[in-house]
Ligand binder design. Structure first.
Ligand code: GDP
Length: 453
């Protein structure tokens, strides 16, 4: 983005100034004049021509970051190609074919060329294409790309942002590795590229291009491109709007997808050591344009279009993600009658809507609460009524029982009284008998007493 501004500024040779108008009653012509800046010619050097240099200096100080996503089956040559592209051995070990899920592994490296520092992140798709369920192969990649956009959006939305030193992990390019089958794209390739093309700049490459003959390769390239077009897969095309690179970019677009060979091995060819793959029948030179498109890829990816890839990521793919996300949250640029809507207005409208909704919910809750209380009250009253009835019944039973017992007691007392009377009478009678002479009676009494015993 910095170089874009620099270029723009370099070609600018005039100064602009806006004139101020105080009257609000202006004609159309005056309005036009007011809106368009006036060109003035300066009579001497001022110094703002150094702006591009200032930008370049600041960018160099800040350093750059570039993030590459490599998508392709295990063993297709992803790591080897990345090593060859950056001419270094990024530590990494061979992946197994038996992972149950696709896992994205991101590794960040600091590289320096002259005084330019590059923070490079390589994201590898470990286990891609090794599962039976192919949907599970591309979904983690989509999720990963979205997660990086989300992290950036969250940083942007913070009150206290630190985008200046934020480690931007958004994926700037996806190198999609296609097997050199010579036939056609696999369903998984189409599905994956289709689900990624609105999120990332895709550069398809035919991997291990030394495994396919020259004539087959040309046919294969044509077939792949027509398949991508007919399936509506949007791949990244090198931009042709900047006239300084338009010609080379246009010609390189015609070579897509690049057929690449990767190798870190050095082989002596003539009197030079070159990166190559050596076979019993000959040597495939990585940097020989007659052997493969490796140099074209490196030129296009690193030397010519790295800044455009970063720019496209921000202005196209991230913008799309951000727009969808903000729309999902209810933010809009225009209202229902197509009138422009500011963020403040949307916020106020949302707040209003939210309060309305909250009040409605509160009212609902209140009503629900009252209804529940009434229901509970009715249940309690019913229980109370039942208890009261039980109590009354028990009280009546108890009363009856009491009456019955009292009656029994009365009868018993009467019986006792009658008995006592009888006893007293008999005692009086006995006493009288003792007083009268004659032993018959006494004998009778003794006999009775012994019977009792
Ligand atoms: P990754 O699993 O996709 O990262 O694959 P690697 O980069 O580890 O490569 C797997 C194997 O393929 C290694 O033995 C490499 O030497 C070999 N390989 C890598 N690039 C090429 C290539 O361009 N052509 C051929 N024939 N073999 C390659």
């Amino acid at each position: 983005m910095a170089s874009e501004v620099a270029r723009h500024l370099l070609f600018q040779s005039h100064i602009t100034a806006k004139t101020a108008h105080t009257s609000s009653q202006v004609s159309d012509h005056e309005q036009k004049q007011k809106d368009s800046p006036r060109s003035l010619t300066m009579s001497g050097h001022v110094g703002f021509e150094s702006l591009p240099d200032q930008l370049v200096n600041r960018s160099i100080q800040q350093g750059f970051c570039f993030n590459i996503l490599c998508v392709g089956e295990t063993g297709i040559g992803k790591s080897t190609l990345i090593d060859t592209l950056f001419n270094t051995n990024f530590e990494g070990h061979e992946s197994s074919h038996f992972y149950p899920h696709v896992r994205l592994k991101a590794q960040t490296y600091e590289l320096q060329e002259s005084n330019v520092r590059l923070k490079l992140t390589i994201v590898n798709t470990v286990g891609f294409g090794d599962q039976i369920n192919k949907e599970e192969s591309y979904q983690p990649i989509v999720d990963y790309i979205d997660a990086q956009f989300e992290a950036y959006l969250q940083e942007e939305l913070k009150i206290k942002r630190s985008l200046f030193n934020y480690h931007d992990s958004r994926v700037h390019v996806c190198l999609y590795f296609i097997s050199p089958t010579g036939h056609s794209l696999k369903t998984l390739d189409l599905l994956t590229m289709k689900s990624l093309d609105s999120k990332v700049n895709i550069i398809p490459v035919i991997a291990k291009a030394d495994a396919i003959s020259k004539t087959e390769l040309q046919k294969f390239k044509i077939k792949l491109m027509s398949e991508l077009v007919s399936n509506g897969v949007q791949i990244y095309h090198f931009p042709t709007d900047d006239e300084t690179i338009a010609k080379i970019n246009a010609s390189m677009n015609g070579h897509l997808p690049f057929a690449v060979v990767g190798s870190m091995d050095e082989v002596k060819v003539g009197n030079k050591m070159v990166k190559a793959r050596q076979y019993p029948w000959g040597v495939v030179q990585v940097e020989n344009e007659n052997h493969c498109d490796f140099v074209k890829l490196r030129e296009m990816l690193i030397c010519t279009n790295m800044e455009d890839l970063r720019d496209q990521t921000h202005t196209r793919h991230y913008e799309l993600y951000r727009r969808h996300k903000l729309e999902e949250m209810g933010f809009m640029d225009v209202g229902p009658e197509n009138q422009p809507l500011s963020l403040q207005e949307t916020y106020e409208a949302k707040r209003h809507e939210f309060y309305g909704e909250r009040q409605r919910k509160e009212e609902e809750m209140k009503q629900l609460f009252v209804q529940r209380v009434k229901e509970k009250e009715a249940i309690l009253k019913e229980a109370e009524r039942e208890l009261q009835a039980k109590f009354e019944h028990l009280k009546r039973v108890h009363q009856e029982e009491k009456l019955r017992l009292e009656e029994k007691r009365r009868l018993l007392e009467e019986e006792i009284m009658a008995f006592s009377k009888k006893k007293a009478t008999s005692e009086i009678y006995q006493n009288q008998t003792f007083m009268t002479p004659g032993s018959n009676l006494r004998k009778d009494k003794d006999r009775k007493n012994s019977n009792f015993m």
